[in-house]
Design a protein around this ligand. Structure first.
Ligand code: FCB
Length: 459
């Protein structure tokens, strides 16, 4: 659909904050969350197909079978992005479309889909940003141990090379993994996400093999001629009065990924504390050189900070193995429909810290956004809560740039309402509303506002 001028969201005049010239504005999605067409054109099953069919794992038994039907509706969705004036679109490639069982020759029909999508984007003047892995591991690889098995890292690099060989002439910016913390600690340590395993030690093995997969994929992409390669991490400042508790959670959330990728070593305190869950024997000679190869950008996904406090007797939070004695109190802040606190200053702190502690790596916000319980009224969605969340976080990002952070762009999560993993379709993150019964798309007020932000390169 197209938008008419009177639909424009009028900003109150609150002074103009301009972003640097060339700042990249866009939106992000992920394959399993929007594509649907789960059994079409030779796609194989992924761990999310299996997990979403496992009773009790996903809200209301929802699956990604149909999702937003983007696989068939991508031309309309790209047109919508064009109407919003987006510069860039971050999407992920479904590994099981490319290699239905995770290895061997490519499925040409899977590659064809992304080929068409990339051409459609270029035809609309939108720059594609590709994420190679957004959690949909081919089930066959999981049956052999998934990310707890070193072999998966090698298969991932082969898959990366296949995709690059087909799209590399038209895609400049590549990110290897999306949020390996979630894959490792939600997927293997706590069972909240696919594949639903819950052993603390496996979380660390998965972390290492994901990072090794990243490093091997960076090598493969560079060998193919790619010049802008990064990784996307979900990072969160850790707040609280107790320095030790904050440092433990910071280690498990942030430094366990940042340090190997950007400094070529695991943080010693994290290695030591995890010693009762793993002997780290999966780390082989040379791995950290592979993992720590230079990257050209760091993708930052930010939603909210973590607040911690020391509390005797508190059991460990399974997503942070070894966190007993640490409580996660609810800060006094407004909340989104996910229950996540709205604390934009955390984004400023995070970006400034990254540029200070890990200098020399340009940053791009690859995800930021919020779920709210939207109401459709006369065909409009007045999503004031989301709009205010985005406005606050853009102001926070701007403040970080002024304080010296090397931030190059912002990609809102998400373009469309979509399959929100364990929350199914119950949580809506889109700036564009999706009516799942009809697949109609309706830009929410936040989308119309965002279009104006993009147009004026500021607030
Ligand atoms: C991130 C995921 C993304 C989406 C948002 C809300 O952790 O990368 O797919 O689910 O959270």
């Amino acid at each position: 659909m197209t938008m008419s001028a009177e639909q424009s969201y009028v900003l109150e005049d609150s002074g103009v904050l301009r972003f640097p010239e060339g700042f990249v504005w866009g939106a992000a999605t992920a394959a399993y969350q929007i594509e649907g067409a789960a059994r079409e054109d030779g796609r194989g099953p992924s761990i999310w197909d299996t997990f979403s069919r496992t009773s009790g794992k996903v809200h209301a038994g929802h699956t990604g079978d149909v999702a937003c039907d983007h696989y068939h509706r991508y031309p309309d969705d790209v047109r919508l992005m064009g109407d919003l004036g987006l510069h860039a679109y971050r999407f992920s490639i479904s590994w099981p479309r490319i290699q239905p069982d995770g290895s061997g020759p490519a499925n040409p029909r899977g590659l064809d889909f992304y080929d068409r999508l990339v051409d459609e984007l270029h035809g609309t003047g939108i720059t594609p940003i590709v994420t190679l892995y957004h959690w949909d591991l081919p089930q066959t690889l999981e049956d052999r141990g998934g990310w707890t098995n070193r072999e998966t890292a090698e298969r991932f690099a082969e898959y990366a090379a296949i995709v690059h060989a087909r799209l590399g002439d038209r895609v400049e910016t590549w990110t290897t993994l999306n949020e390996p913390w979630c894959s490792a600690f939600l997927g293997y340590a706590s069972g909240i996400h696919a594949p639903g395993r819950s052993e603390p030690g496996l979380g660390f093995a998965a972390t290492h093999h994901l990072l090794l997969g990243h490093g091997l994929a960076v090598k493969a992409l560079r060998a193919g001629g790619a010049s802008r390669i990064g990784i996307t991490l979900n990072l969160a400042p850790v707040l609280g009065d107790d320095g030790e508790a904050a440092s433990i959670v910071d280690g498990l959330q942030n430094r366990i990924f940042l340090d190997p990728v950007l400094r070529g070593k695991y943080p010693a305190d994290v290695v030591e504390r995890a010693g009762r869950f793993t002997d780290w024997s999966f780390v082989e000679d040379g791995d950290l050189e592979i993992i720590g190869q230079p990257v050209d950008l760091l993708g930052v996904n930010y939603y909210h900070p973590q607040t911690v406090a020391a509390r005797t007797g508190e059991p460990a939070n399974p997503v942070y193995p070894g966190s007993e004695g640490i409580a996660f109190p609810r800060p006094d802040a407004p909340r989104t429909a996910m229950g996540w606190p709205v604390q934009p200053s955390g984004l400023t702190d995070l970006l400034v810290r990254l540029s200070r502690d890990y200098p020399g790596t340009p940053l791009i916000i690859t995800e930021n956004g919020a779920a709210f319980d939207d109401v459709v009224e006369d065909g409009r969605i007045h999503d004031a809560g989301r709009l205010s969340y985005l406005d606050g976080h853009l102001r926070a990002a701007h403040a970080a740039i002024e304080a010296g952070a090397d931030l190059r762009g912002y990609l809102v999560w998400s373009l469309l309402d979509n399959f929100e993993w364990a929350e199914g379709y119950g949580k809506r993150f889109g700036v564009v509303h999706v009516d799942y019964a009809t697949q109609n798309r309706t830009p929410k007020d936040s989308a119309l506002w965002y279009r104006d932000v993009v147009r004026r390169n500021g607030l």
